[in-house]
Design a protein around this ligand. Sequence first.
Ligand code: GN1
Ligand code: MG
Length: 375
Amino acid sequence: MVKKLTKKEIELVMANFIVEGSLICFSPLGQGHIHDTFLVEIKTDEKIKKYTLQRINTRVFQEPELMMANWEKVAQHVNRKLIELEGEKTSKKSIRPVLTQSGQSYYRTPQGEYWRLYHYVDGCHTIETATTPEQAFEAGRAFGFFQKLIADLSPQELHETIPYFHHTPRRFERFLLAIEQASPERKARAADTISFALSRQSLVSLVTDGLSSGRLPVRVSHNDTKINNVLFDDETGKGICVIDLDTTMPGSPLYDFGDLVRTGTCAAAEDETDLDAVAMDMDLFEAVAEGYLSETADLLVEPERELLFMAGPLITFTIGLRFLTDYLEGDIYFKTKYPEHNLVRARTQFKLLHSMEKQQRQMQTVINCLLKILR
Ligand code: GN1
Ligand code: MG
């Protein structure tokens, strides 16, 4: 449980950034599982200005300086490309950081906490799941467009801020260790979920084998393409910006497409307890895929295209495995709201994976058709 912050504490942090005015209020923002995020309202002479303030989770990002260096590099690159492609009047937005008094993109407190501040993007909203094909298409398009913008950013320019982040074989090894070391109670409660995970071991090296043999290119990718990392325009419903660049680093578009499929094709929440409500919807899948490939069909190489239909199952499995591992390890990584939250999330992911497995053929057909049309 995170200790509740006082107004005074937020004021002390805010004083380090170049912000004029006085703090009116602050409240928790968003559903992220890692950092502590707040909406902060500041009153100046004429108006009220909103900011997004974040305390970085340094247990997860153990070298926050490197993570922020990546952020800056990616944001600069994206802004430059946006102007190149669409001119100064681009309808797309980007997240603008507020610098500290000493010109940095983050503030480190004497106690070693790391904070960052952004201008709040008004006129937009986020969604936790897609309920319409339009939303799924827009999410796919927004992340596809992001992939296009970063396509010429060399992986060598970015730090690997969380090593082996999407490396499913490593995640699986850690899961096996967690089973050995878990408390007997947790192991017993998770027994069915553990068996399910063990039965899907054949999935683990689907992408990593290709990356290590060179068959699949290592590219910069976003690596956290949850649908709630897209800002949708309140009026038009268009996806106008992707946020949360924390894990943008060497990876593969297959990881990004996979997480889009995980979070954009099922109307049920990531922690839905009614498993009958958890299934992949083919219409949403088609829309996500069309949105993503409308921007990326040309830039992907054949071995990537061939694996697209398996990306959703792979990432859904991997994230489920991570939730389950965290449950077995005693909930040390993801924020949880109740004692079995991580186990519930894992079960939901595995139910979704099962539904994807049943529709694997259809996914492949849809992808092949789209690739024919869009290339
Ligand atoms: C975390 O912070 P958030 O909620 O965007 C996690 C992702 C997982 C996701 C699961 C750094 O993302 O990898 O896919 O939860 N981020 C990190 O919902 O581990
Ligand atoms: Mg995140």
